[in-house]
Design a protein around this ligand. Structure first.
Ligand code: ATP
Length: 233
């Protein structure tokens, strides 16, 4: 579904992604793991058209999306649930969800909204509340539901558990599993490597802007270097 080939990304004169290649097949959950600054978020941002690819190619469903604008990429079927949630703080929960569907003109938005409120009951309780007043965990659920409102074929999650209490992190993991069971394809960046590898069918390990290891989630979980450096055992 998604193919990234020999991608290079630079910020000004500094190159931070040095020719990575990866793929995500339809129905898979693929995780990108690695230390802070290894280049995971920059890779996601390039896929979503939020930073330019200096060179290389990104294709989605056979269509070249390299350096296309963010809104074109959303319309192509890719939605990002961004790091730090980035809900619209002064808009209500319902308004945030409506914003997620801004690319759509079909008649199913109201029923999708109901589905989201069923899937995340806390959002129904907070429907009219300003999103900025929700707790961190509630904002994460809102950011996930807002992303789903676009009816994406590929959902990208950037650090969904960042800054959340352990109980809420478990809820986020269960939510991602549920989204996968709905048939969505998932690309996940997660600092909680243990959770990411548990959820992932396949994973890539980033180090200093390069992919140094890839395999199934289970293979990486049992890889001695990954276990020592990223799983703490
Ligand atoms: P983290 O988990 O901390 O987000 P990451 O693996 O996602 O780490 P990136 O955020 O992609 O890594 O960062 C890769 C490199 O690019 C780092 O050296 C970082 O300092 C640099 N970088 C990221 N964003 C910018 C920016 N806007 N301008 C300049 N350099 C940046």
């Amino acid at each position: 579904m998604l193919t990234v080939s020999d991608l290079h990304v630079s910020y000004g004169p500094i190159e931070v992604i040095h020719g990575i290649s990866l793929e995500v097949k339809e129905g898979e959950c693929v995780a990108l793991i690695g230390a802070n600054g290894a280049g995971k978020s920059s890779t996601l941002r390039a896929i979503c058209g939020l930073v330019p690819a200096h060179s290389g190619q990104i294709t989605f469903d056979g269509q070249d999306i390299t350096n296309k604008s963010g809104h074109t990429i959303v319309r192509a079927g890719i939605t990002m649930c961004p790091e730090g949630r980035q809900v619209f703080p002064r808009m209500s929960t319902l308004q945030n969800l409506a914003m997620g569907a801004y690319t759509r003109s079909d008649a199913d938005q109201a029923s999708d909204l109901e589905d989201m409120l069923d899937m995340f009951p806390v959002l129904r309780e907070r429907a009219k509340q300003a999103a900025g007043t929700l707790s961190g965990g509630e904002q994460e659920m809102l950011a996930i539901a807002r992303a789903l409102m676009a009816r994406p074929r590929l959902c990208i999650f950037d650090e969904p558990s960042l800054g959340l209490a352990p109980k809420i992190v478990a809820d986020v993991g269960a939510t991602i599993e549920k989204i996968k069971s709905l048939g969505k394809t998932i690309l996940l960046v997660e600092q909680n490597s243990a959770m990411a590898l548990r959820l992932a069918d396949r994973a890539y390990l980033f180090e200093a802007g390069e992919i140094v290891l890839s395999g199934t989630g289970a293979e990486l979980q049992s890889h001695p270097e990954v276990a020592k450096a990223y799983l703490g055992h």
